[in-house]
Design a protein around this ligand. Structure first.
Ligand SMILES: [Zn+2]
Length: 422
């Protein structure tokens, strides 16, 4: 087996500087994160990268192997001295489940520890559901998908239910799910924990998508990583030093509620002139319906849900329909402004676009945002901001939910705490 290129010295130093303390509560998370992003990697390389001592690395790795989180590949790499055994994340050590609550569909995915999707089910959301049946429906979906895969209950690290913010993470509530009035204010977390007997988290779709993209892309923790998420609303998540930046109440990153029109239209958040009132898919669909002849020409029916109508509109824009293209171009220009705001506030290395809103015409948005960041990002003369499209924009939030659970389970210390229910 060829020797893997060494991780750059600059990177080694930057990680070591941040967390060079002796084995503390974050050391296990640090080691897992380095193996996740840089594996296969040897114990000797881990010492260099983390700044932890050799005995500390030996102890942590031994515990991770005992717990099944990490495995030795069996391959050894000789670099002139003693052969080194390589370590990787054991992808089948635990499974995470994420359910994304969208305006008209629930998407459930199961991922392995490396973020690979091993199961998926999509069902209608039924916004008219009575509150008590919402919990039953989510529990049934969880049982269906995990049962269908034949997963042992003890191998499931937990469930994350994610949806549009704002969220009350402590109470396990989605406070304002658009189009799903019956779901607002339900204590989903505690009710589902009681029903399923597994740890359950509730979080925002944008935050989850950020963690999912960070985890699944094997992004190194020294990257300042952002995710711009578009579904019915527009949000973002930022991962700093391997951990989601949560703010005071896990409601950080609401770029869709930055006012772009002073004294503009009233928004559901209580503000005025918010970005999402002018750039979100439902708004573009509304404009398309109001444009004489356009909805008919594109075969958008009056009873089509906004998500479906937006896919049709996006496809027409990509295929060159001038009116559809004009609507999406306007949205892309506004989102590019939003991306510059995010990049300027966080000094981002990377920005990934995720969410169903980018599923069809994501390339159009990527191109506009790349150009704008190259022209106007404050740090442009120092470094470029890498802009990528999610490899699975539609499922990004559900996959991110599973990643949140796994991060909290296998790398406790920088994810949300995931503990077995008492
Ligand atoms: Zn708003």
């Amino acid at each position: 087996m060829p020797v893997r290129p060494a991780i750059g010295e600059r990177r080694l130093r930057s990680v070591a500087r941040r967390e060079s303390a002796a084995a503390g509560p974050g050391s296990r998370a640090l080691v897992v994160d380095v193996i996740r992003s840089s594996g296969p990697i040897s114990r000797v390389e881990l010492v260099k990268v983390t700044g932890l001592t050799q005995p500390t690395i030996s102890n942590i790795v031994r515990r991770l192997i005992d717990d099944g989180v990490v495995r030795e590949t069996g391959a050894t790499v000789a670099t002139g001295g003693k052969p080194r055994t390589m370590l990787v994340i054991n992808s089948r050590s635990a499974y995470g489940v994420g359910i994304h609550v969208g305006a008209d569909a629930l998407t459930c995915v199961v991922t392995d520890t490396r973020g690979g999707t091993i199961g998926r089910e999509l069902v209608a959301a039924h916004p008219d559901h009575r509150p008590e049946s919402v919990v039953d429906r989510l529990a049934a979906l969880f049982r269906d998908v995990t049962g269908g895969l034949g997963l042992q209950p003890q191998s499931v690290a937990g469930l994350a239910v994610v949806g549009p913010g704002p969220v009350d993470v402590a109470r396990g509530r989605l406070l304002m799910p658009p189009g799903l009035d019956g779901w607002a204010g339900l204590d989903l977390g505690p009710a589902l924990t009681a029903a399923l007997g597994v740890p359950v988290l509730v979080d925002s779709d944008a935050a989850a998508a950020a963690v999912g993209e960070f985890w699944g892309r094997q992004v190194s923790r020294e990257r300042t990583f952002g995710c711009l998420y578009m579904n019915s609303g527009i949000g973002s998540g930022v991962v700093l030093d391997g951990a989601l930046h949560r703010g005071a109440s896990s409601n950080a990153g609401k770029i869709g509620h930055v006012s772009v029109v002073r004294d503009g239209e009233r928004c559901r958040c209580g503000g005025r002139g918010c970005l999402e009132l002018y750039a979100a898919p439902s708004v573009l669909v509304e404009r398309a319906r109001a444009t004489p002849g356009l909805a008919d020409r594109l075969a958008i029916r009056p009873d089509d849900p906004d998500a479906r109508a937006f896919d049709v509109l996006s496809r027409a824009a990509i295929y060159g329909d001038p009116q559809a293209r004009a609507l999406l171009d306007e949205s892309a220009l506004l989102l590019a402004d939003g991306a510059v705001t995010l990049a300027n506030i966080w000094d981002l290395d990377t920005l990934v676009l995720a969410g169903p809103g980018f599923a069809v015409a994501g390339s159009l948005y990527v191109s506009e945002i790349r150009n704008r960041l190259a022209e106007r990002a404050f740090s442009r003369d120092v470094h470029a901001v890498q802009v990528d499209l999610s490899s699975n924009p539609r499922d990004a939030a559900a996959i991110g939910g599973a990643a949140l659970v796994l991060q909290g389970s296998v790398a406790p210390g920088h994810g949300p705490e995931v503990t077995a229910p008492r």
